[in-house]
Design a protein. Structure first.
Length: 194
């Protein structure tokens, strides 16, 4: 049985912080693989700064090429929008009925708001959650602190954001060290976020 951590995000663009956290998860927890689930652009929310799905997927593909335990996933591209995590989990369970045990990966900041998620109790009953540290305000709900399904992984705190990268790249700053080389090359060639 392969234990797969699902790391959801827009990855707009994927950066070294994402890679450091996901690699830490597969090397220092029970996870065998981490799948980067690229969140599609919601047809109801067109953000000018959000690149097309296929471009963001391509950057994740290129960023993870040298890491056999890290994989890109476009599983949500064909699900009805707006989509909820519970729907993706159900869909994955149908698509991979055997051999895979899916878990969620989330930052501590997301865990603080987890009680607002659709069907969060059902998710907690059926899935494990691997939490990495983030610097953020607010308290973690007591029901998650000692929950047997919630595992805190002492990963490095990465305070790099895609928003910062996009903004500073547009301002002409050199953001290359924050990106995997292949992602920088793709971004530069395609003239993204200028």
């Amino acid at each position: 049985m392969k234990k797969v951590g699902l790391y959801f995000g827009t990855f707009n663009p994927i950066h070294i912080g994402h890679l450091v956290i996901s690699n830490h998860m597969v090397e220092f927890s029970e996870l065998d693989e981490v799948w980067f689930v690229v969140t599609p652009q919601s047809p109801f929310k067109t953000k000018k700064t959000l690149l097309d799905n296929h471009h963001r997927y391509q950057m994740v593909l290129e960023a993870t090429e040298d890491y056999p335990k890290l994989k890109p996933s476009n599983i949500e591209f064909n699900l009805p929008q707006p989509n909820y995590t519970i729907n993706t989990l159900v869909h994955l369970a149908e698509k991979y009925p055997t051999g895979h045990q899916f878990c969620l990966i989330m930052g501590e900041d997301n865990l603080k708001g987890f009680h607002k998620w659709k069907n969060y109790k059902a998710i907690l009953e059926d899935y494990e959650i691997y939490v990495y540290p983030r610097i953020s305000k607010g308290e973690i709900d007591h029901q998650f602190k000692e929950h047997p399904s919630v595992h805190r992984v002492n990963a490095p705190i990465m305070e790099i954001s895609s928003t910062f990268i996009r903004r500073e790249h547009k301002n002409g700053k050199n953001v290359r060290p924050l990106l995997p080389f292949a992602v920088w090359k793709y971004m530069d060639e395609m003239n993204f976020y200028r």
